[in-house]
Design a protein around this ligand. Structure first.
Ligand code: ADP
Length: 518
């Protein structure tokens, strides 16, 4: 064991003890003997001259066993012995003392071979013409191992914080809520897009999306009051670029000994992908639901359609069969035969036009919508001219300025032809048909609504929807198949538009065709 500070000569010691001094020396000896720290006195060669009971207990050698032995041999571990001897030599040759005045920690070995960590304060004095050394020695093995355990655990915590795969934040607690970020780990910085330095000092509230701030305001007081030991909920944070980051957030408090919160530890797990997958699922479900509804509606329409086909196609077919039968059965042939042949022709013609109508109806559903800008004014003009050619009475179609619409030209012409044709057809006998066509643009949506106002017989309020059903006819006093308006609705709706009928202000009907902005 190397030496420390030299205290200098003790004049009293050189002069020999006084009677008072004897009792004082006994007291000192008793004190040394009972000192809780080990106390060792060495001669100038490092041999033990005396040690106290604490030293006996600490190293396992009795004072009798120790006295006269080299301290090096007794308690200095093998690997330090050379250094220890070098220290002694240096000291003997008047070199610098190896140990200073401050206590030092060294490893020592006990009689049973166990290693301990000791803290020793070494002193030196002159006695009877030569140097003597003494040392107080304290076992600090437990203290040091507790300290290194603490350091180890702190190191581990730091490692966990730094390398955690989830975002971690240390946040101040105060004023009934979370305060500023004390520290953020690399995963939190990556997740939110801020650097760790930028995160440090940011208010916790600024990291939470404004729409989810209410969650923190509601939950944090429960944590602070101790009502909840841990907060766990999903919320949105705001990334550096303003983007939403969905996180599963959990927070716990670190409290001091009297229970006051010091700071909070937050774990943030990025669940953005899970959330968007869930949202996608909700969207797909919604689409599926709508598709199902559409399918149900289509099925219902198909049912109605089948019933209508069965009824309306069967009527002329039955007429054809009946008259063909009459023809075959007739005895006097001529008159009956001619009438039956006429009826067969009528029935077959009607069936033909019904079938043509149905084909148009089916095509209106399947045709590709190849849209181009169509000048509705020119289209109305052309159709009106054609109607005048086939009509018995003069047809008057007036119009205001009409727009150009982005539609499929062939299909849209069917709409104009059907609606204008009905306006001209369904007039009371003796009345000259008149149709006025106008257009109105909705400034809010830019959608155009065409209006076809006629002076016809009008449609009863309860039938204004029904007339769009396949084969539905309000009257058989006029020729027709009952398919025209159904075709119109199909075409308009395929363009994303709407068609409906209102009564005219002076009688007649007004057919509205609303087409969305392209
Ligand atoms: P169609 O004219 O071939 O019978 P539509 O489907 O075009 O078939 O019309 C269905 C029914 O609606 C017609 O039979 C008629 O009773 C009624 N209707 C259609 N347009 C008018 C109109 N402008 N005025 C009065 N009734 C109409």
């Amino acid at each position: 064991m190397a030496v420390g500070r030299r205290e200098g000569c003790d004049p009293d010691a050189a002069a020999g003890p006084e009677p008072d001094a004897l009792s004082r020396d006994r007291l000192l000896l008793a004190a040394m003997q009972t000192s809780p720290d080990a106390f060792v006195v060495l001669d100038h060669e490092d041999r033990v001259e005396w040690w106290n009971r604490a030293a006996e207990r600490l190293f396992g050698w009795t004072v009798d066993e120790a006295v006269g032995e080299y301290l090096t041999d007794l308690v200095v571990p093998e690997q330090y012995r050379t250094a220890h001897h070098e220290g002694l030599l240096r000291r003997a040759s008047g070199g610098e003392p190896r140990l200073g005045a401050d206590p030092v920690q060294v490893e020592a070995v006990c009689r049973d071979g166990s290693r301990i960590l000791v803290e020793l304060s070494v002193g030196e004095l002159e006695w009877e013409g030569g140097p003597r050394f003494h040392a107080f020695i304290r076992d600090v093995t437990d203290r040091e191992s507790a300290r290194s355990a603490l350091e180890l655990s702190e190191d581990r915590s730091r490692l966990v914080f730094e390398n955690a795969p989830v975002g971690m934040l240390l946040i101040e607690v105060g004023d009934g809520g979370f305060g500023r970020v004390i520290s953020a780990n690399p995963a939190a910085a990556d997740m939110l897009g801020w650097s760790r330095d930028e995160l440090r000092g940011m208010a916790c509230g600024d990291l939470t999306h404004p729409d989810d701030g209410h969650l923190d305001r509601r939950m944090v007081p429960l944590l602070l009051s101790g009502e909840l030991g841990k907060l766990e909920y999903e919320k949105r944070c705001v990334g550096r670029d303003g983007r939403e980051v969905w996180v599963a957030s959990s927070a716990t408090l670190v409290r001091d000994l009297d229970g006051s919160p010091i700071h909070s530890i937050h774990q943030l797990v990025d669940i953005s992908e899970r959330r968007s997958a869930a949202q996608q699922l909700v969207r797909l479900n919604e689409e599926l639901r709508r598709a199902n509804e559409g399918l149900a509606a289509a099925n219902a329409e198909l049912d109605g359609f089948t019933a209508a086909v069965a009824h309306d196609l069967k009527n002329p077919l039955m007429a054809i069969l009946m008259h063909a039968h009459l023809l075959a059965e007739s005895e006097d042939g001529r008159a009956v035969g001619r009438r039956a042949a006429d009826a067969i022709t009528r029935g077959a013609t009607r069936m033909n036009s019904l079938i043509e109508g149905l084909l148009l109806y089916a095509r209106a559903e399947g045709a590709v919508l190849d849209r181009t800008p169509v000048d509705v004014d020119t289209m109305v003009c052309d159709v009106a001219r054609e109607l005048s050619v086939v009509a018995d009475s003069p047809v008057r179609v007036t119009r205001e300025e009409l727009p150009s619409l982005w539609v499929e030209p062939v299909l849209f012409r069917q709409v104009v032809a059907n609606v204008l044709g009905n306006g001209v057809k369904y007039v009371a006998p003796g009345i000259a048909p008149r149709v006025h066509v106008s257009a109105h643009r909705d400034p809010a949506t830019d959608a155009w609504t065409l209006r076809f106002a006629d002076n016809g017989i009008g449609i009863a309020p309860e039938s204004r929807e029904r007339v769009f059903d396949v084969f539905h006819r309000e009257t058989t006093d006029y020729p027709g198949t009952g398919i025209g308006l159904a075709i119109c609705r199909r075409i308009v709706e395929r363009h994303g538009g709407k068609i409906w009928i209102e009564p005219g202000p002076d009688g007649g009907s007004v057919v509205h065709v609303r087409m969305p902005c392209e």
